[in-house]
Design a protein around this ligand. Structure first.
Ligand code: OXD
Ligand code: MN
Length: 585
């Protein structure tokens, strides 16, 4: 037990509700980690991997029906429905406490309750915030240990304050019928029951750092965004930072850990990772927007991660990593589709069933994950733990669009950028349950993560723009244009640096642009193609603004914007102006 009376009182109440056999207060020590790991190994919750090739690494399988975030079971629970807005599932607050209270009642009988104090953000930073997660899962404790800063460090930060986010998690019966992920932004509380999958149960991540934090940010004048943060160092050693928002599984982790093409490497360019998923942004004393990564680890999608696609991510996972729902080989190593090494002759698949390469089924679940300490990343930024964060030069939005959106364009100004973000769309992937390959609008990549009315969220963006004396410029990228045969036109991966450098040139007034109805596009000659297979004509074909396609797009945008009861007039006006420009094309 720590000696913060607010924490102790609340834990006492939650213990009365859930009735655990025992309460363990997490201190974050190595001794504790070893003890809990041993326990998890003895119950089979974790499997030890080959300690020669994967030192400190463990393997976990979730229940078969519990492999992804469950947006249809995720709720924003406020007193009034309009505070959750049109894009969130809503449950009335006291009804939610009562309904979930029934499920939590006695849910930890025969189990141990772990109390995990955790810090989001570096110690000593004005950005940082404390959460306490109560859970009956050792897997959660060991993952939170990687994803956040747990134990004493968090309690020291909290002191005797009552300013912490109260997170209650129980595996319950792991029954999808009794699974709920509920957020109470009015009370800084999260209740999650019935799941053991990371995105639903590592409450520091999506639940706190995005849903609760976005609501806090609005109240307190800052922003919590679904953004990676990367630094680009030029040959003179100058580093500039970009924050980028993409919907789930659009290659955010790859972009955050980009390896420059050979030519740029030789010239002295480097890319540094500050964060791969979440950014908390505040206005700095110098009038710029500054960002931290509130997390301490990466919870990345394994399939597709290879020495070719993302060597930095793969190398990050070589020790002290927990793998979830990938395939397990006979010599206790892990494997997944797209790992870039031959499939094992025999393995156990993510369900634990015998698997051989000739089978039709996938060995690893498409949303299988690694949980790895950020500090192990070969390209981790030396500013990763900086309490001041990093100054952001450009905000980049993007999504997967087979057609329409050009490779890159710059918004005319902040307000136009907010409209670009508010109408962002992408084709769905496997990170959330549901259909794959359908175009869905995902404003600022925050659709599943905004903890309040999304119209008011747009308004908050507009207002932040007015308050930031020297705001970042806002861009949109689309690495995913397809040719008629369904092949990607742009090589992507490291070559995306070529586009990011144009973006930085624009921020530094070093590149010209072509004014189009949708924003500023590069002069094709300003994107360096040397060393790629792309010729100038091909590049031109993905730097196009097609009137007919955009007319269709605007119809769909209009329908989308029509859903917001609190759409800011500024966003509506930006839409109308864009429509007029397209019609005049
Ligand atoms: C994630 C997601 O896991 O966005 O990061 O789904
Ligand atoms: Mn994410």
């Amino acid at each position: 037990m720590y000696n913060n009376k607010y924490v102790n009182e609340w834990v006492e109440q939650m213990a009365q509700l859930t009735q655990p056999d025992e309460i363990v207060w997490i201190d974050g020590s190595e001794e504790e980690k070893d003890r809990l790991t041993k326990q998890a190994l003895s119950t089979g919750e974790l499997v030890e991997l080959n300690q020669e090739t994967y030192p400190g690494c463990y393997y976990h399988r979730t229940a078969e029906n519990d492999v992804a975030r469950v947006e249809h079971l995720t709720f924003i629970c406020t007193s009034k429905k309009e505070n959750a807005g049109p894009t969130n599932n809503w449950m009335e607050k006291s009804y939610a406490y009562a309904r979930l209270g029934n499920l939590f009642n006695g849910s930890m009988k025969g189990r141990t309750m772990y109390v995990i104090p955790y810090l989001m953000g570096p110690p000593g930073s004005e950005f940082s915030k404390v959460g306490i997660e109560i859970t009956d899962s050792i897997y959660v404790v060991l993952n939170m240990r990687i994803m956040t800063r747990i134990g004493k460090i968090a309690m020291d930060f909290l002191g005797d304050s009552n300013d912490f986010v109260k997170g209650l998690h129980s595996k319950g019966e792991l029954d999808p019928e009794k699974r709920f992920i509920c957020h109470f932004p009015e009370d800084n509380a999260i209740w999650s029951i019935g799941s053991g999958y990371g995105g639903n149960v590592l409450l520091g991540k999506k639940c706190f750092a995005l849903r609760i934090a976005s609501a806090l940010g609005r109240r307190e004048g800052w922003m919590a965004e679904h953004m990676l943060i990367l630094g680009i160092e030029d040959p003179n050693g100058k580093v500039e930072y970009i924050a980028a928002a993409f919907p789930s599984a659009c290659g955010k982790t790859n972009l955050a850990m980009l390896i420059p093409p050979e030519k740029y490497k030789k010239a002295g360019y480097k890319v540094w990772t500050v964060g791969d998923d979440i950014a908390w942004l505040r206005i700095g004393k110098d009038g710029r927007l500054w960002a931290i990564n509130p997390e301490a680890g990466f919870f990345g999608v394994a399939p597709g991660t290879s020495m070719k696609s993302n060597p930095n991510a793969l190398l990050t996972t070589k020790k002290n990593t927990i793998f979830t729902n990938v395939a397990l080989t006979e010599n206790k190593e892990v494997w997944w589709e797209g790992m870039g090494v031959p499939a094992p002759e025999k393995a156990l698949d993510w369900r634990g069933n015998p698997w051989t390469p000739d089978m039709d089924a996938k060995a690893a679940h498409p949303n299988s994950r690694f949980t790895a300490p950020a500090k192990q990343c070969p390209c981790i930024s030396d500013k990763f733990e900086d309490p001041n964060g990093v100054p952001i030069s450009a905000i980049v939005f993007g999504g997967r669009r087979a057609k329409l959106a050009p490779l890159v364009y710059q918004s005319f100004d902040w307000e136009h950028g907010v409209y670009v973000g508010a109408t962002m769309a992408s084709e769905t992937t496997a990170a959330a349950t549901g259909k794959v390959g359908v175009v869905r609008r995902d404003p600022m990549a925050m659709l599943p993560f905004c903890g309040y009315n999304m119209g008011e969220y747009f308004q908050h963006w507009i207002e932040m723009g007015r308050k930031i004396p020297n705001p970042p410029k806002i861009f949109n990228v689309n690495w995913f244009r397809l040719d008629d045969e369904g092949k990607f036109i742009w090589p992507g991966f490291g070559d995306n640096l070529r586009v990011l450098l144009w973006i930085l040139d624009r921020c530094n007034d070093k590149a010209d642009a072509v004014k189009t109805p949708i924003g500023y596009l590069p002069n094709p000659g300003d994107i360096d193609l040397e060393g790629t297979d792309v010729d100038l004509d091909t590049l031109k074909s993905i730097l196009d603004v097609n009137k007919e396609d955009w007319i269709e797009e605007l119809k769909s945008q209009e329908e989308h914007l029509g859903k917001f009861d609190k759409l800011p007039v500024e966003v509506r006006n930006q839409f109308e102006a864009q429509k007029e420009r397209i019609n005049n094309l």
